[in-house]
Design a protein around this ligand. Structure first.
Ligand SMILES: Nc1ncnc2c1ncn2[C@@H]1O[C@H](COP(=O)(O)OP(=O)(O)OP(=O)(O)O)[C@@H](O)[C@H]1O
Length: 247
């Protein structure tokens, strides 16, 4: 459904006079199928978030193609109902001057014309993530971290996407709230057939939620492995990375 073919990405680096290109992604290719949960793990700076932004069509690759159901992800109409995102920093994901209602209205306004339908959809979405309509008039500073991240998930669900890209979406939450959000994501998989691309440093969380894991190394796919076979990774780099992050 989501197809990534030969994707390369560079950024320019350096000051005004000595501009250099830093290549961040090298010839990335993989497929993501409907309902699947794919984890992406790798060291800091290996290019995971850059890949996430390209999957969301926020940035364009220098070379290669990313399509969702055969259409380019850079086209907004492809993303609507196809793919959405939840990022780590929920405090900057929600406008501090917007109430929960205003934040959730943004994606719904494009999809639904009638105010009544939008209201009942918003309430339904909040219930889905374990909140309720009493949260609609609240501002972000009136929410706990876990509640704010739940609002972000509810907003990401608003356009009924097949896939949500979660970029370190649970890292800044404390332990028990992380577990709650992971359980919520897992239950949405069962109840709504949701699929995820889960970018994380947390191998335990990836093992809990994902079917397979992509191990990323310096902008390249080092290895792809089913979660239940994580102990059988082949490359020395993957073995070492897993050893470091599993302690
Ligand atoms: N907009 C940008 N302009 C210039 N360089 C960038 C930009 N975005 C990312 N980079 C560089 O690309 C490299 C990969 O960054 P990226 O954020 O994708 O890595 P990451 O694996 O997600 O890291 P982390 O786990 O720390 O979030 C880094 O060297 C970073 O400095």
């Amino acid at each position: 459904m989501l197809r990534v073919e030969g994707v390369c990405k560079s950024y320019s680096k350096g000051g005004w006079f000595r501009k250099r290109q830093q290549q961040v992604l090298y010839d990335i290719s993989f497929d993501w199928n409907q309902g699947e949960c794919l984890g992406i793990i790798g060291e800091s700076g290996s290019g995971k978030s850059t890949l996430g932004r390209l999957l969301l069509g926020i940035e364009k690759p220098d070379r290669g193609n990313i399509t969702f159901a055969g259409k380019p992800v850079t086209d907004r109409r492809t993303r609507m109902g196809g793919i959405s995102a939840v990022f780590q920093d929920y405090t900057s994901s929600i406008n501090p001057f917007y109430t929960v209602e205003q934040a959730m209205l943004e994606p719904l306004q494009l999809a639904m014309k009638e105010q009544k339908m939008r209201e009942s959809k918003m309430e339904g979405l909040l219930v889905q993530v374990g909140l309720d309509a009493s949260y609609l008039p609240k501002y972000p500073h009136e929410l706990s971290g876990g509640e704010a991240q739940r609002v972000c998930i509810a907003r990401a669900l608003a356009t009924e996407p097949a896939c949500i890209v979660l970029d370190e979406a649970i890292s800044s939450l404390d332990g028990s709230v992380q577990t709650q959000v992971l359980e919520l994501l897992k239950s949405l998989r069962t109840s709504h057939g949701m699929g995820y691309i889960f970018i994380t440093h947390d191998i335990q969380a990836a093992s809990y939620l994902c079917d397979s894991v992509m191990i990323f190394r310096s902008g390249q796919i080092e290895e792809m492995i089913q979660v239940e076979r994580l102990g059988d990774v082949q490359s020395l780099y993957a073995k070492e990375l897993l050893r470091k992050i599993m302690v």
